[in-house]
Design a protein around this ligand. Sequence first.
Ligand SMILES: *Cc1c(COP(=O)(O)O)cnc(C)c1O
Length: 491
Amino acid sequence: MHYVSTRAATPAASQAPQQFSDILLGGLAPDGGLYLPSEYPQVSGAELDAWRSLPYADLAYEILKKFATDIPDADLRALTRKTYTAEVYRNAREGESAKDITPLRVLEKDGAKTLILQALSNGPTLAFKDMAMQLLGNLFEYTLAKHDAELNIFGATSGDTGSAAEYAMRGKKGIRVFMLSPHNKMSAFQTAQMFSLQDPNIFNIAVEGVFDDCQDLVKAVSNDLPFKVRQKIGTVNSINWARVVAQVVYYFRGYLAATTDNSQKVSFTVPSGNFGNICAGHIARMMGLPIDKLVAATNENDVLDEFFRTGVYRVRKSAETYHTSSPSMDISKASNFERFVYDLVGRDAERVRALFHKVETAGGFDLSGKPGSDGDEFKLVAQYGFRSGRSTHADRVATIRDVQDDYDITIDTHTADGVKVAREHMEAGVPMIVLETALAAKFNETILEALGTDAPRPAGFEDIEALPQKYLVMPADVAQMKAYIATNTGL
Ligand SMILES: *Cc1c(COP(=O)(O)O)cnc(C)c1O
């Protein structure tokens, strides 16, 4: 299995064929594109039948094997079995089995219409990012050990990504994590989750500034190429291909758990930000999984909803990005969207390059086919099953209340955006699965507003704010940041 860049002009002009392990530790392709497999592996009906009874870890192995052909089978199986255990994904609700890893809960059966929640947030940081990040931690450790190499992960977070990365990498040999977050800007729960880690390979840096200052620091340090190479700096952001593949697995799992034979279809609604999660759904569908609709749910930051309604992709300036009560979906552009556009324009890398050049120069592109637009591929979007919808703070609060009243379950703000939009797209005979992207305890402020009571906390998180915290406060200063990294890596 080889990988190509979404912007590589011709296969011959791209660099040597890249395998899974080659792109595992990197980010963007050298030409600025994103990696995708040269073709999507296909799944047969017989395979789907055989996979119905597999434990999650073994299903993950079967799917990953199709993409990571350069990792020996026995090693890959050991890695998935180490990752997807009931101990790691232990925060299942009462009545659910942690062994299922991503248990389904049927919320509603209204005649032939069925609304289902797929729990993806039972991992250590209570958000779906653990599903991929835990695997990434084990894959990184395995690959680095093979080459006797080390890696220093350097990133910025406003909450979910940073904590998922730290819990995945803590205690891992050959890996250090330097994670920047805006000082005093995260919720008390999120702060406690990250800063209470005492592992010597985890470095939490609270930057005096806002999230954009943190991101600017990461960019400034990473743009110093000699420093980056000497310090062996890497990232784990949402364009990482291995993260996307790990997410493909739970679409298969959700489908297989919601159906009894392969003639049935299901739809998924996905609370979306950077388009990483739903991109995995697109890939599952391209592999032959019988997915009917893929519904992108956005909050007030509706870049994606606008595209799927009109064919116009218009990125926002950071000043136009709203701070909402589903903050992990507050994005100005969707970093994985280019992967879908590549397929949409018939895998024409030159078109992709031109379109995303236009994003840089003109703030977006228009595929509506209207006079003066950049193309007419919007007419093909429906073929790929995509739909979308938008949700606001008022919708979120009302949906959290509804779901609590009707089904006695507390959902988080992002999942609420999903449920709100899913209800607008339900069809008879096709179960609608909403991906639960976080547990409510992480976003308690809005739960209090909606319900007047605190969100339930999983066991072990009761007094997390009272734990001793280890972190460093630092001004947004590039030189000081570099010095701190160099001192702690000893490189
Ligand atoms: C990251 C995140 C999202 C958005 O996922 P994308 O892959 O960026 O689309 C949604 N909800 C929660 C809780 C998240 O942490």
